[in-house]
Ligand binder design. Structure first.
Ligand SMILES: Cc1cc2nc3c(=O)[nH]c(=O)nc-3n(C[C@H](O)[C@H](O)[C@H](O)COP(=O)(O)O)c2cc1C
Length: 194
């Protein structure tokens, strides 16, 4: 199992432009594994006592975790919520000592794409709330699970990016991942870097 585990939650990665480009770029990095979670769970159902055990073991082997997804309705794709409800519930409420306690200290980072532009995500803007505010439930979950939160990597106007802008975004993603890897390799795993 590689050091950095990137779980991509996208309803149809084959039809995606932004997330697939980010995922492809990330795959070129050393010691990074990218998993298409929709392909892993085509029915979008995860059994608490079944597949969740497999994901728990996968998380426990990783040195750091990245959750990558498109923002949908000011939230995450529903499979990510299903995954939390199954995998994190199992790890922290059913197998706390064997699994949850052992995951504590594993750094986590979010990489999210948004259709709207940055100014929309301001108090006076169209969406009224910032992306950081929209990510609060995930950050609270990370806090609850003892997973140090790192600065999210965000791509705005994801549906409108030119090929060149998308290629730049993919390169910046690789840089953000490399920074995440460096900082979590050299610092105490328990410290946030935001
Ligand atoms: C059901 C649905 C809901 C969406 N909700 C939002 C939203 O709340 N805010 C936003 O900025 N973009 C929203 N979008 C746009 C997506 O974030 C955008 O299409 C995606 O990031 C592009 O990435 P992709 O090329 O990997 O699909 C939504 C898209 C869909 C399909």
């Amino acid at each position: 199992m590689p050091g950095t585990l990137i779980l991509v939650f996208h309803r149809d990665l084959a039809a995606s432009r932004a997330n697939s480009a980010l995922a492809e770029a990330a795959r070129t990095l050393q010691d990074v594994e990218v998993i298409d979670m929709q392909a892993r769970y085509p029915e979008a159902r995860i059994e608490l006592f079944g597949e969740a055990a497999r994901d728990a073991q996968m998380l426990l082997k990783a040195e750091r975790i990245v959750l990558q997804f498109p923002i949908q309705w000011y939230s995450t794709p529903s499979l990510l919520k299903e995954w939390q409800d199954a995998v994190l519930t199992r790890m922290y409420y059913i197998e706390r000592e064997a699994e949850g306690d052992r995951l504590v200290g594993t750094p986590i980072m979010v990489a999210a794409t948004a259709g709207n532009f940055p100014a929309a995500y301001t108090r006076g803007g169209q969406n009224h709330f910032t992306v950081d505010e929209i990510l609060t439930p995930l950050r609270a979950t990370a806090h609850r699970c003892g997973l140090p939160w790192h600065k999210p990597y965000l791509v705005f106007e994801a549906d409108r990016l030119s090929d060149q802008a998308l290629s730049t975004a993919a390169k910046e993603y690789c840089r953000a991942l490399s920074d995440f890897i460096t900082v979590t390799s050299t610092q105490s795993r328990n410290s946030e870097t935001i």
